[in-house]
Design a protein around this ligand. Structure first.
Ligand code: DGL
Length: 275
């Protein structure tokens, strides 16, 4: 819960991810909340999180949050599905401000959209191994059948810009065949990078399957939470956006240009190990 009395509406929103992937969540936030200042941290120096243990992801997540708190943020979005899945529940109570992850928003809308009660979830090994999406879906509706599948190769494909190449189709067909077989009607894209492969995944799954973009839903939850707490920035000027990374900015800037569709050159390197 947000404690509005101690937080200023003009403070920035903080958002973090293991790297560049969280920009798929940030871009939805920029669309919905164009007046908000945003501080983005991408832990590119320790990316990827998706194959790591709970213990390490939790330690990294604490440091990412500590960095954002130093910027006096009013609200934090954990854009990384892997961190949201394995670390967030344990950490949320340790802070005075709201930290939202991407799991609950994605799970909620999947439950609303499914007609046949059969939902697929794809993500990294960490996300799928944690069972966080399935648990969350079952808390909302215990009758829904959830089919979970790790698709780790989608991350490097998206990162390298392989968003509609034949190789991507081959891998997608191979991974997603089992999702066809179990006749899901809704598929949660439970990883920051997967929205970039939406066209390929939609082609492979066919038009009877609805794709859920957790990032889109999380941006909506952020808007709603800030509005409920009277913490939307009343200043109508364009929001300022600052980007920080834990290794050289060049690779992030290049990939970010692809994720956001515009040139990114205001990226600063920080030493996250000190947090
Ligand atoms: N951001 C991660 C996620 O959404 C994908 C990349 C990684 O493994 O760090 O799970």
């Amino acid at each position: 819960m947000i404690n509005p009395s101690s937080i200023s509406p003009t403070a920035p929103i903080g958002i973090f991810d293991s790297g560049v992937g969280g920009l798929t969540v940030a871009r939805e936030l920029f669309k919905l909340l164009p007046n908000e200042d945003v501080v983005y941290f991408g832990d590119v120096g320790r990316y990827p999180y998706g194959g790591r243990s709970k213990e390490i992801i939790t330690r990294f997540t604490r440091q990412d949050i500590a960095f954002l708190l130093e910027h006096d943020v009013k609200f934090i979005i954990c854009a990384c599905n892997s961190a949201s899945s394995v670390a967030l529940e344990e950490l949320q109570d340790d802070y005075d401000l709201s930290i939202v992850g991407v799991i609950e928003p994605g799970a909620q809308v999947a439950v609303e959209r499914t007609s046949n009660g059969r939902v697929g979830v794809i993500g990294t090994h960490a996300t799928i191994g944690s069972n966080a999406y399935a648990a969350c879906i079952h808390r909302i509706d215990a009758k829904i059948k959830v089919f979970s599948l790790a698709c780790p190769l989608f991350v490097p494909l998206a990162e390298e810009g392989y968003i509609d190449q034949e190789a991507t189709y081959l891998i997608a067909r191979d991974y997603l065949q089992t999702m066809h077989d179990v006749e899901i009607d809704t598929l949660v894209l439970g990883c920051t990078h997967y929205p970039l492969l939406k066209d390929v995944i939609a082609d492979v799954m066919g038009d009877k399957v609805t794709l859920i973009d957790s990032g889109e839903e999380t941006a909506r939850v952020a808007l709603q939470s800030l509005s409920d707490a009277n913490l939307l920035n009343p200043d109508a000027s364009n929001g300022k956006r600052k980007f920080f990374v834990s290794d050289v900015p060049e690779k992030f800037s290049k990939a970010a240009t692809r994720f956001l569709g515009k040139l990114m050159d205001n990226v600063t390197r920080v030493d996250i190990s000190g947090y």
